[in-house]
Design a protein around this ligand. Structure first.
Ligand SMILES: Cc1cc2nc3c(=O)[nH]c(=O)nc-3n(C[C@H](O)[C@H](O)[C@H](O)COP(=O)(O)OP(=O)(O)OC[C@H]3O[C@@H](n4cnc5c(N)ncnc54)[C@H](O)[C@@H]3O)c2cc1C
Length: 449
């Protein structure tokens, strides 16, 4: 478990700053020496919501829409200027563990069918941005973009208010119930919740990946050369063929299994980079990793283009706004999803989601560059509502990859079909709790799938 630290240091406009009582986010500042104490300030208090959702990725978008559809007045606060999280800011254009889900995930898959994509599970980023926004606007969710949740006010053990920073300066947003869907568990950490991070023995986390969109090549050529997933090929074959081709052009891949995801016949996303041992809670490390990754992506595409033929017109359309963080804080909840749950195929009366995805642990060690074999088999298992309710602070739920789980379970439930299902259930429970003046753990909930 990460230790909570009282005083955290960071740098602000080149000046070392200390004395901010941010819990659990110490690493970034450990390099700084000394600091200044900020004066107390009065922050504008904004209108109260029933439910505030922090983070508008797959889990947060679903939580907000679901809470609003269940009658709550909902505010969704998002760092980027659009929704989608890893789907859009991370250019990860591929739904996993989604086809077996109902509710909002099914609605999203149905929309993709009509979006002219090659397959609904490989989706178009811009169309997805538009639809996620439409879902929110149509259900009455009040969106607040370009805004970072930076702090939390807890009164007698209950979260009452989040503090944000944006072009308005700092603002305070009160609500009855909050949902942390920031992926990294920023809100819960600021509120003082305990959390775990990384492998139980080594603390290592899965690598991050900067993805890109590419064009100027054709799906038919990739299929003819067996460089994209297709019937008759093993999982690794198309990736190995692509790696050989990139190496032929004189570049290499930090991710040993580079993968094309086909969006349209001439438009793809490509995952070909790994940034190892990245501390997802340190902005300086994230910056360095992003710079290194972007340079690598350009080298790979230049290498392919240099081969001519089917590659002669390949170009990068965009690299991701946000390097894709696979793993960050796992916030302590009333229940912790575990490896044992996966082995026995756990069933819960208060389940919010049934997960069928295996344990996918990308290489932790760049020298091996090979995924970690969990050496056990996963049976479809349930995620209990209690894993979505914070243990240390009242009035706070989690949804998505920051829920309460162990290292191995996280490597399975983290994919987006599950994030959406968790978000949808969290939103429903949060709305019921807020509208009836109860806590989420006091709301009756029956597994409904
Ligand atoms: C490289 C990579 C490849 C993957 N491949 C797949 C795949 O093929 N298929 C699949 O289904 N899943 C895949 N996953 C897993 C999946 O994308 C994530 O686990 C999933 O997106 C988690 O959803 P989330 O909503 O919990 O978090 P995120 O998608 O991380 O969304 C969090 C949101 O919160 C916002 N936010 C963060 N901090 C703050 C803050 N302080 N204030 C306000 N907003 C904030 C972010 O901007 C973001 O929009 C992949 C992940 C990565 C990184």
């Amino acid at each position: 478990m990460m230790k909570r630290r009282k005083f955290i240091t960071g740098t602000l406009a080149g000046i070392a700053v200390a004395g901010l009582d941010f819990n659990g986010i110490a690493q970034a500042g450990e390099r700084s020496k000394g600091g200044v104490r900020l004066p107390a300030v009065t922050i504008p208090l904004c209108e109260k919501s029933d439910v505030i959702v922090c983070g508008g990725g797959p889990a947060g978008f679903a939580a907000a829409v679901s809470a609003a559809r269940n009658g709550a007045k909902v505010r969704l606060i998002e760092l980027q200027g659009y929704l989608g999280g890893v789907w859009t800011a991370g250019l990860m254009t591929h739904f996993l563990d989604a086809e077996n889900k109902g509710g909002l995930m099914r609605e999203l898959l149905d929309i993709q069918k009509y979006a002219g994509v090659v397959q609904p599970r490989w989706f178009d980023v811009e169309i997805t941005k538009l639809w996620l926004e439409k879902f929110c606007v149509d259900s009455g969710v009040e969106l607040l973009y370009h805004t970072r949740v930076t702090d939390a006010i807890v009164d007698k053990g209950r979260l009452t208010t989040v503090i944000t920073e944006n072009c308005n300066g700092r603002q305070a947003w009160p609500a009855s119930i909050f949902i942390d869907a920031t992926g990294n568990g920023d809100l819960a950490a600021r509120a003082g919740c305990g959390f775990d991070l990384g492998h139980p023995q080594t603390g290592q986390t899965q690598p991050a990946s900067l993805n890109m969109l590419v064009s100027g090549i054709s799906l038919k050529d990739l299929q003819d050369r067996k460089m994209i997933e297709m019937p008759g090929l093993t999982w690794a074959e198309s990736k190995d063929n692509l790696l050989t081709e990139i190496r032929k052009g004189g570049a290499d891949c930090s991710y040993a299994k580079p993968t094309f995801f086909s969006i349209r016949n001439d438009f793809f996303s490509l995952m070909s980079n790994h940034q190892y041992n990245l501390n997802s809670l340190d902005a300086i490390e994230i910056t360095k990793a992003t710079i290194a990754a972007r340079a690598e992506l350009h080298r790979q595409i230049d290498a392919l283009r240099s081969l001519g033929g089917m590659w002669k017109d390949i170009r990068i359309v965009a690299t991701a706004d946000q390097i894709g963080i696979r793993e960050s804080r796992r916030i302590h909840g009333l229940y912790t999803v575990s490896k044992e749950d996966m082995i026995r195929g756990a069933r819960f009366d208060d389940a919010v989601c049934r997960t069928t995805f295996s344990v996918d642990i990308h290489a932790l060690d760049p020298a091996k560059n090979k995924g970690v074999d969990p050496s056990f088999k996963v049976k479809p298992y349930d995620i209990s509502l209690r894993s979505l309710i914070a243990k240390d602070v009242k009035g706070l739920m989690m949804a998505g990859r920051n829920i309460s789980g162990d290292f191995f379970a996280h490597a399975s439930y983290r994919v987006t079909g599950n994030a959406v299902a968790m978000g949808e259930s969290a939103g429903k429970v949060a709305a019921k709790a807020a509208l009836s003046g109860r806590l989420p753990q006091e709301v009756e909930w029956k597994n409904n799938f």
